[in-house]
Design a protein around this ligand. Structure first.
Ligand code: DMJ
Length: 619
């Protein structure tokens, strides 16, 4: 068969007529090969390329268009139809060529480039959203939620640890179920009288236990209860109350709890509620210095200070424990006001002289001057120091000012307040107008964990030294438990009058389910893996079970030196937020809420670290 007869499809009419024999046999063969390769490529492109839907729609759409046009054409249109056919053929050829070029481009891309293209498309869509104002229905910026690593954990491989971890979860279940049963919607539970309890710290805001417990339910994978709590928050959590609240307590428990619940679950309702509440707290900063009031009426926006606080002062641990939450509020709301308020507190403090480098607990918000010179790393002072360190850590170590303020303050504490008893116990005393009071509060015991957490970044090779200090404080606080009858720690213990780590005054002998000692065990365990910290934690679990567990939940006790417990009938919300969470983490692997990605607010609500190098939570 002459090869020429195989060519009518490719040779153009002009070529054919002018020189039918102008192709040699080999040329014709090559042309045939090129033609077959072209057809094969077209089919390959149609069926196997990632963007095949586009190609298919292109090819099939045009094919059917040809068919439709042909069908539509009448006999009288035949001349026009010939011209149209040529045009259509030319278009088909052009589309095929275009598709081939696109297919070739895609094939040449590496997988990471393809991924990047997809990301760019996504960003474009989000930016278009932002272009329109970038606001959602609640007028909040559109945020792409990314769950930070370690929000959930897994069972430890060691059977004893696994069993202990399970036990803590059972305790949480009992505390939560009891609250659900007898006090649902109230702030706290009265586990002896089995009814609700409301402290005036929260005004008439309700549900403190629900909000404080949200993240613990999540980290313990109690998802049904988490959903139930979420629904309550959605339908009932209301801040439009005509009542006075403690700005500090509402911030650490409610704002902190809502923020953590948002970061763990990604549920928008928590972001929305946290911001709403944050906005309600802003009027507290309307003072001549910007140092906030301790108490605020959420409806009128009128603030004041505790009547007992020296000369109308604001309290260091209260105005100094807003930083972490407020920085996150600015991030999540796009409103810089929150961050500005807490950065201004630093400015005011920076301008003041500090006696021996120490921060007095009282500061007058009108004059900007210190009140009574009382310094404490326990009540009234404690979490101010904690938030300096954590502000630095949460900023991915970019907040150099926070870092310096923390290590300078710790140095002053070491020099002026840290002492060793004759029996060899290290403690942090309190300072009143230049005189030391050799007393340490249960609250002060959090400092072991704080010092361990900061030891790694300590200047001048002090890491080892600070780890030793942290371990010594943990030991002292353990002794304060071990030296009682109930094996639970007193509210305050002394190192004078011939005693060490023992409460001598009746009003310091109570235990209200506080977390600080267990918090320190958890940090010490993470940093040292010394098994004694888990053992000490387990001792506390046994004491809690024996003396605090009652029919309707867990209760504090009035005297840890008594032979049998006298219950105070309050299941504090921080028992679920902190004590049980820290216990659970003590018996969990380190990759559950790892310190590289999370910091805990002072109520043990985990907040993510904003990693600047990576694309983190915010777009
Ligand atoms: C909690 O509300 C917080 O830990 C706060 O910083 C101090 N007191 C209680 C728990 O003891």
């Amino acid at each position: 068969m002459p090869v020429a007869t195989l060519l009518p499809f490719t040779a153009t009419p002009s070529r054919k007529s002018s020189s039918p024999t102008s192709f040699r046999l080999t040329e014709k063969f090559i042309l045939l090969l090129v033609f077959s390769a072209f057809i094969t490529l077209c089919f390959g492109a149609i069926f196997f390329l990632p963007d095949s839907s586009k190609l298919l729609s292109g090819v099939f759409f045009h094919s059917s268009a040809v068919e439709t046009n042909t069908r539509k054409g009448t006999d009288s249109d035949s001349n026009i139809a010939v011209g149209t056919d040529e045009k259509i053929l030319a278009k088909i050829r052009k589309d095929h060529e275009k598709a081939l070029v696109e297919a070739k481009d895609t094939l040449q891309k590496r997988p990471d480039e393809i991924k990047q293209d997809i990301q760019n498309e996504k960003d474009k869509v989000l930016k278009e959203g932002l272009g329109k104002g970038g606001k959602d229905d609640d007028n909040l910026p559109v945020i792409e939620y990314v769950r930070p690593p370690g929000a959930t954990g897994h069972e430890p491989s060691d059977p004893e640890t696994k069993e202990r971890r399970e036990k803590i979860k059972e305790m949480m279940k009992f505390a939560w179920d009891s609250y659900k049963r007898y006090a649902w919607g109230s702030n706290e539970l009265r586990p002896v009288s089995m009814q609700g309890h409301s402290s005036n710290l929260f005004g008439s805001i309700k549900g403190a236990t629900i909000v404080d417990a949200l993240d613990t339910l999540y980290v313990m994978e109690m998802y049904e209860d988490f959903e139930m709590a979420t629904e309550w928050v959605e339908k009932n959590l209301d801040f439009n109350v005509n009542a006075e609240v403690s700005v500090f307590e509402v911030n650490i428990r409610f704002v902190g709890g809502l923020l953590s619940a948002y970061y763990l679950s990604g549920k928008e309702v928590f972001r929305k509620k946290a911001i709403q509440l944050g906005e309600k707290l802003l009027p507290a900063f309307k003072t001549p210095t910007g140092i906030p009031w301790a108490l605020l009426n959420l409806k009128s926006g009128i603030g004041r200070n505790w009547p007992w606080a020296s000369g109308g002062s604001s309290i260091l641990a209260e105005y100094g424990t807003l930083h972490l939450e407020f920085m996150h509020l600015s991030k999540l709301s796009g409103n810089p006001a929150f961050a500005e308020k807490v950065m201004n507190i630093r400015k005011v403090l920076n301008r003041l002289d500090k006696p021996q480098g120490l921060y007095p607990n009282y500061l007058n918000p009108n004059s900007g001057q210190w009140g009574q010179h009382h310094v404490s790393v326990g009540g009234l002072g404690d979490s101010f120091y904690e938030y300096l360190l954590k502000a630095w850590l949460m900023s991915d170590k970019t907040d150099e000012e926070g870092k310096k303020l923390y290590y300078d303050a710790l140095q002053a504490i070491e020099t002026s307040l840290m002492r060793k008893s004759s029996g060899g116990l290290t403690y942090i005393a309190e300072w009143k107008g230049g005189l030391l009071e050799h007393k340490m509060g249960h609250l002060t015991c959090f400092a072991g964990g704080m010092i361990a957490l900061g030891a790694d970044g300590a200047p001048e090779d002090k890491t080892g030294h600070q780890m030793e200090q942290a371990a010594e404080i943990a030991r002292t606080c353990h002794e304060s438990y071990a030296r009682t009858t109930l094996k639970l720690g007193p509210e305050g213990f002394r190192f004078d009058g011939g005693v060490e780590a023992i409460a001598t005054r009746q009003n310091e002998k109570y235990f209200i389910l506080r977390p600080e000692v267990i918090e320190t065990y958890m940090y010490m365990w993470r940093f040292t893996h010394d098994p004694k910290y888990r053992e000490w934690g387990w001792e506390a679990v046994q004491a809690l079970e024996k003396h605090c567990r009652v029919e309707g939940g867990y209760s504090g006790v009035r005297d840890v030196y008594a032979t049998s417990p006298n219950h105070d009938d309050v299941q504090q919300s921080f028992y679920l937020a902190e004590t049980l969470k820290y216990l659970f983490l003590l018996f969990s692997d380190d990759d559950h809420l790892p310190f590289e990605h999370w910091v805990f607010n002072t109520e043990a609500h985990p907040l993510p670290i904003h990693h600047h190098s990576k694309k983190a939570i915010l777009i």
